[in-house]
Design a protein around this ligand. Structure first.
Ligand SMILES: Cc1cc2nc3c(=O)[nH]c(=O)nc-3n(C[C@H](O)[C@H](O)[C@H](O)COP(=O)(O)OP(=O)(O)OC[C@H]3O[C@@H](n4cnc5c(N)ncnc54)[C@H](O)[C@@H]3O)c2cc1C
Length: 368
């Protein structure tokens, strides 16, 4: 920001010019000049002492504390919403694991903080130590290996993945799924691995990961291991990652299916999906029928739900109206979502059927 355009400094120059401008003679000008300097001196001092050395912006004085911002009722003088915690940002995976293994103090990983920080603020989580993994060298790796697999490290932000040309080209389903997450601000901070480890059943990334047969690399006191996508998501907000383990990276093989679509139903733009679906269609050849299909839903159960009946309804067809209707009926009849405050189970089933029909058509157009 140009320091001359905003803040107290503008105020200084405006007052100075106003003080000097009406002067006709040079004597009156000199007197007015001296008066203007005296008038503006306190403001100039304020600007100098409050100047931020990192940029030219002049910070405004802090507003008085609002009682609504200090939600704590504790009498310890703590003015923060979360319960007290220590913050540590290690530089090695081994140090992260050592902190997680400490039985004396409960430690929790923080990556993008977009799910954890709200939970801390609502005191739904009260870890004693927050372990920030975003400064561990190597965890920010986003790369395609010699075999064509995509590696997404634990500290890689969602927007970094979605904006990467190799991802947009080779894994368009993943990029599209990320595009449905919240808003740009959320995606700039939130990590792909954080969303997978957090595992909200309405989240887009677990569904995309299952559709794309992701592999999860987990490290911990018992050594590193790899978990397949169908074994990773255990229950709502629960995965195969143990409390003393770190999801170091997620690996996606090449997206061979050229036909893809990610559709979701939300009440408002940016909300979590009421229900959503990822579809992958692989065509036998340029004029052939569907050789392989993958249909996975979010918001339809405690974990991402793959629907083989819908896949079978599409395989061997050219995704004509009858095949699409059969797949939609399978979704309506076989999904078993729950009623909750956002939608009834019936609404979700109907929505899932409509989304699937639309996604099948889109995916087929893309692979034709
Ligand atoms: C306003 C808003 C709207 C949102 N909308 C959506 C949406 O539409 N769809 C959606 O999917 N998400 C949405 N989110 C959540 C967002 O995607 C989060 O970024 C994501 O759920 C968690 O990623 P994170 O990096 O922020 O993880 P954090 O919040 O830092 O961590 C989340 C949890 O995962 C654990 N964790 C994180 N990384 C690892 C790791 N590498 N290994 C083991 N455990 C780990 C943490 O300990 C914590 O328990 C929204 C969030 C906000 C604030």
């Amino acid at each position: 920001m140009d320091p001359g355009l905003d803040g107290p400094r503008t105020h200084v120059s405006v007052r100075f010019v106003r003080a000097v401008r009406p002067c006709g003679s040079s004597v009156r000008f000199v007197r007015a000049f001296a008066r203007a300097v005296r008038t503006c001196a306190p403001l100039v001092r304020f600007v100098r002492t409050n100047r931020d050395p990192r940029d030219h912006a002049v910070p405004l004085p802090a507003p008085p504390a609002s009682p609504r911002r200090t939600a704590t009722t504790e009498s310890d003088g703590n003015q923060l919403k979360p319960a007290p915690f220590d913050y540590i940002a290690p530089r090695r995976v081994a140090d992260v694991l050592a902190l997680l293994a400490d039985e004396e103090r409960e430690a929790k990983i923080v990556a993008g903080g977009q799910s954890l920080i709200p939970m801390l603020s609502m005191r739904l989580a009260r870890p004693e130590v927050l372990v920030d993994i975003t400064r561990v060298p190597g965890l920010d790796r986003l790369a395609v290996d010699a075999a064509g697999a995509l590696h997404i490290g634990a500290a890689v932000r969602q927007s970094t993945v979605a904006d990467d040309p190799a991802v947009r080209d080779g894994w368009p389903l993943l990029a599209a799924a990320i595009g449905h997450i919240g808003h740009p601000q959320i995606r700039h901070r939130g990590t792909v691995c954080g969303s997978l480890a957090h595992h909200d059943p309405a989240a887009e990334l677990p569904t995309a990961a299952l559709a794309l047969d992701a592999r999860f690399v987990v490290d911990g006191p018992r050594g590193p291991r790899t978990v397949a996508a169908e074994d990773f998501f255990v229950a709502t907000f629960q995965t195969a990652v143990e409390p003393d383990e770190l999801l170091t990276e997620v690996v996606l093989g090449p997206q061979t299916a050229r036909g893809w679509a990610f559709e979701e139903l939300t009440r408002r733009h940016g909300d979590f999906a009421t229900v959503g679906v990822a579809v992958l269609l692989e065509r036998a050849d340029a004029s052939g029928t569907v050789r392989d299909a993958r249909v996975v839903f979010c918001g339809a159960g405690p974990v991402p739900v793959r629907l083989p009946a819908a896949e079978q309804a599409l395989i061997g067809t050219d995704v004509d109206a009858r095949a699409v209707a059969a797949a939609a009926v399978a979704a309506r009849d076989q999904l078993a979502p729950a009623d909750d405050i956002h939608a009834t189970a019936r609404y979700r089933r109907e929505g899932a059927a409509h989304l699937l029909a639309r996604a099948c058509t889109t995916a087929w157009e893309r692979c034709s």
